[in-house]
Design a protein around this ligand. Sequence first.
Ligand code: PA5
Length: 396
Amino acid sequence: MIKFDFETHVDSNILEEYKEVLNKKEEVLEQFNNSRMIGWSKHIGKNNLDKINNTANYIKENFDCLVVVGVGGSYLGSYAFSQTFKKYFKPHPFEVIYVGTTLSTKFLNDLLVELEDKNYCVNVISKTGKTMETNMIYNFLKEDLLRRYGYESVKDHVIITTSDDGNNLDSEPCLEKFDIPKNIAGRYSFLTAAHLLPLATNFDIYDIVDGYYEGANLIDEAFNYAGIRYLLFKQGKIVENYSIHEEHMVAFTEWLKQLFAETEGKEGKGILPMSTLYTRDLHSLGQFIQEGNKILFETFIRFKKSNIINYKSLDINDINNKVLDSVITAHHKGNTNILEITMDELNVKELSKLIYFFMLSASFSGYLFGVNPFDHPGVDVYKEEAKNLLDEVINF
Ligand code: PA5
């Protein structure tokens, strides 16, 4: 179960204005339901899921590892999810390497060394098929595969996930192809092959899908969250700090930052997302949150139950939760408004449900801000500039 508390640590004057946003609820839901871009709120077909699962099994049987090439909404969902459930000092049973987010030559050099003795499969993921980093790194790896296996066999190591609109990737020879539906924007594509295929190598995707659908019952909670954030923004709280207490969720906060920043940050509007990991950051950003400029509010994402480890006959998890309670009290005393999202325990189904909740809420929030939640014209500006500069050397 997930508990949402958007009242206990929120100023009463903000709550008093809630009626103002409630009046907009019907209109927001109508805009949402009329959008062409909510394919992610519909069910994914069983045949699709089976194809993803079978392909993941094939990858596990025939390769040493999967190299995922993608950036932004084409990688963050699966990366965040898999990182959250990683063991601290052990890799996942099947190795998945994420690339495409950096052009660092050190990274690429180290990558080639790492892959040298491995029989690897590449899953290149790009909805548009036109993203510079993704195309460049994919072509870089293709050259490596070409050197090793020869022209005819490269395709046996490549899986393409893209929109079937005839873009460059769409027409690449490959082992298997998956579609990112046109009615789903990158950062909302968690329930497509873009994320489910990499995840299927280590997780039961049928569980992920079940949990995700449960998120559809959280429309009221998602609207409340969007509404309270909007009112806080109007009171000058222009920064939202996502606070977590599990280091493995750092990547999840990266996913959240992307979801909300790309959804709301348009036309001079939007809340700037940031994140802190507690207790680590109580000894750095905690000072600013307690006593600094009051431009931010906090959203705590916590879970109550975890492994039981005792210390002097006390459960360390209880101690951790008590510490978090005291942080919330202290920050609220320092005039920081706090929203709380608490899972009973962190498991695959609960996190999938939470992902759906945040995607619903981000899209409602876009409508409250009066922007299109599903485009990202700002990202396209740099993409176009890079294309102008590099078109002659890179095939976009
Ligand atoms: O959320 C989005 O739409 C973006 O972050 C895209 O996912 C990102 O720019 C990558 O685009 P593409 O999948 O077309 O390569």
